[in-house]
Design a protein around this ligand. Structure first.
Ligand code: PRP
Ligand code: URA
Length: 227
């Protein structure tokens, strides 16, 4: 099984195959929490907490290039200029529903981030994404945009979400997911070679229902307790 073929101790991220825009997390904390997520006996409450924590750990890596601005701070000793995140420059865009589970983990790090939403569901037969709701912070073109969805399976939903965001004017886009199938990575990376894709773990393949194997099942149902 090629489960950890990119894993190297001591590096925080690794490229996937020769896709320079695809970065796979290698941090042991992320790997550990993903294993807990996979477990079918992990209940809704713990599952939600883990999704938030993993999102936060991934964001730590993905937001290395967030813009900073110097602000004046008065320490007990003297005044100085000190850099802070220019939070107004960040928009996070969860793909409904499951992407919502990642939002709190990221707003805990950047509370001033604006939040947009892209509502998509997969047709159970064709697995094609269908759009039902989209609302982005305005204006969107000057912001760094982090699109969130725990699962990248066929890549249809992520590709459609990025298509929509680009059509709305979005330019600097990162996609953060927790588990990805090779099929979905290739589709998204080829359709949008200009975006950065951050992945918690690359799993083996899709099954006949386009579910990720071994995966974690239906992320939306597990986050919201709907099954
Ligand atoms: C899941 C998941 C992704 C999508 C991934 O959502 O959260 O959005 O499937 O599959 P894809 O890469 O093949 O498009 P789903 O459509 O089940 O909706 P939900 O989040 O409302 O449960
Ligand atoms: N969506 C999920 O929630 N899980 C999968 O394995 C594939 C798509």
């Amino acid at each position: 099984m090629l489960f950890y073929d990119y894993y190297r101790v001591g590096q925080e991220i690794e490229m996937y195959k020769d896709f320079e825009n695809v970065k796979v997390m290698t941090h042991p904390l992320i790997k550990h929490k993903i294993s807990l997520l996979r477990d079918k006996n992990t209940g809704t409450n713990e599952f939600r907490k883990l999704v938030e924590e993993i999102a936060m750990l991934e964001a730590f890596e993905a937001f290395r290039d967030l813009p900073l601005k110097d602000i004046e701070v008065e320490t007990p000793i003297e005044k100085c200029m000190s850099p802070m995140i220019d939070g107004k420059k960040l928009a996070i865009v969860p793909i409904l529903r499951a992407g919502l589970g990642m939002v709190n983990g990221i707003t805990a790090l950047v509370p001033t981030a604006k939040v947009g939403h892209v509502g998509l569901y997969r047709d159970p037969e064709t697995h094609e994404p269908h759009e039902y709701y989209c609302k982005l912070p305005d204006p969107i073109d000057q912001r760094m945009i982090a699109v969130l969805d725990p699962m990248l399976a066929t890549g249809g939903s992520a590709t459609a979400a990025v298509d929509f965001i680009k059509k709305s004017g979005g330019k600097q886009i990162k996609f953060l997911c927790i588990i990805a199938a090779p099929e979905g990575i290739e589709k998204l990376a080829k359709a949008h070679p200009d975006i950065e894709i951050y992945i918690g773990n690359v799993d083996r393949c899709l099954n006949e229902n386009a579910y990720i194997c071994p995966g974690l099942g239906d992320a939306g149902d597990r986050i919201f307790g709907t099954k």
